[in-house]
Structure formats: structure tokens, C-alpha cells
Design a protein around this ligand. Structure first.
Ligand SMILES: [Fe+2]
Ligand SMILES: [Fe+2]
Length: 204
């Protein structure tokens, strides 16, 4: 039986990966059509990435999973240090991206290319980060951690889950606390189907 923690991490990775793949495609559609994107929707998406993956997913890995794995599998330490450093750079990266989006909104198409380039760069870094975790860290954790370790982790990882997780595979909409309900609806409408509830992309 695969521990709940590992299933949650993989689901949240899949949701974030879908988001990271989708945003550049939507931006490319607008560039091709010579139109401007919906800046409010993009701001909601960036805020969402900050609120869920940045503030909940990565900290749970850094504070809960990685210390247990460091203790049980010392040969993983260098890699875990590297991944922790990447978690540490995440907040700054999203701030830079938000600023670049504001520049695009305020100054117009002259700043389109820069925002697209930075969004693409952000996406590549996170996709590589998650691939590394899935290829190296999660299998090592599955081998090294004890049932007691998993019990602690499962309880913590089951809290504050990313509501977008499960959407890519047609999962049901989660029951969210009131403040998040409006944000999540906004995010869903900003994303094309099938990930979100917005119109399908012409070529997608
Ligand atoms: Fe991570
Ligand atoms: Fe992760």
C-alpha cells in the first residue's frame, strides 16, 4: 500500500505541473492572436501558486518529510539540501514573476516577451524540481521510512491540501473553506478545460 503522503505529493505535483504547462500555452495563444491576456486571471493563478505550492506543499516537504529521510537515509543529504535551497528560492521567484506580470500589464506588449520568458523559466525550474523529487526522493522515502514515520507524515500532509490536485484526472471539486472558495473558482475559470472550467484552447 503506497503511503497517503506519497499519493498526496504526487497528486499535488501533477496539479502544479498541469498549471505550469498550461500557463505558457495560454500566453502563446494570446501572442499568436495579438491579444492581451486576462491580467486579473493571471494574478489569481500566481497568487494561487504562492498560496498552495509555495506556502504549503514545499514547507511540508522541507519541515516534515526531508528531516525524516535525512535521518534514515544519510546518503540523500546532498540532494535534500539542494531541494531545500530550491524551496527557499521559491518565494523570491514568484515575487519576481508577479512584478514582471505587473510590468506587462502597465507597460503593454513591449514587456510581453520578458514576462513569457520568466514564466517559462519558472515553470522549467519547478518541473525539474518535482521530477527530481519523484525520481529520487519519493522512492527512497518509500524504502527507508518506518510505519511510525508515515503515520506522522500522513496526518500532516492530509491537512491543507491543494484543491487543484485531482482535477487533471477529472477529480471532484473539493469542499473548501469560504475564503478559498472564491479564489479557487476564479482559478478554475482562468484555466482552459479540462484542467479548469474556462473555454478550451483552440488547439488544445
Ligand atoms: Fe519540493
Ligand atoms: Fe514537491
Amino acid at each position: 500500500m503506497i503511503p497517503l503522503t506519497l499519493r498526496i505529493i504526487r497528486d499535488e505535483h501533477a496539479a502544479l505541473a498541469a498549471l505550469l504547462h498550461t500557463i505558457p500555452l495560454v500566453l502563446a495563444d494570446h501572442r499568436r492572436d495579438g491579444t492581451l491576456p486576462d491580467f486579473g486571471a493571471l494574478r489569481a493563478l500566481l497568487f494561487y501558486m504562492d498560496e498552495f505550492p509555495e506556502r504549503l506543499h514545499h514547507p511540508k516537504e522541507t519541515e516534515l518529510l526531508f528531516p525524516k529521510l535525512r535521518a534514515r537515509a544519510p546518503h540523500m543529504r546532498d540532494l535534500l539540501d539542494q531541494l531545500d535551497e530550491e524551496h527557499g528560492r521559491g518565494e523570491r521567484a514568484i515575487r519576481n514573476l508577479e512584478r514582471s506580470l505587473t510590468a506587462f500589464e502597465m507597460l503593454g506588449p513591449s514587456r510581453r516577451q520578458q514576462f513569457e520568458r520568466e514564466a517559462e523559466h519558472y515553470a522549467q525550474i519547478y518541473l525539474r524540481h518535482m521530477q527530481l523529487e519523484e525520481r529520487e526522493v519519493l522512492p527512497a522515502a518509500e524504502r527507508a521510512l518506518t510505519p511510525e514515520d508515515w503515520q506522522d507524515l500522513d496526518e500532516a500532509f492530509a491537512q491543507n491540501r491543494d484543491p487543484l490536485a485531482g482535477r487533471h484526472s477529472g477529480g471532484a471539486l473539493p469542499d473548501l473553506e469560504a475564503p478559498y472558495r472564491a479564489l479557487f473558482q476564479r482559478v478554475l475559470h482562468a484555466l482552459p478545460q479540462p484542467l479548469g472550467l474556462g473555454p478550451r484552447r483552440p488547439s488544445g
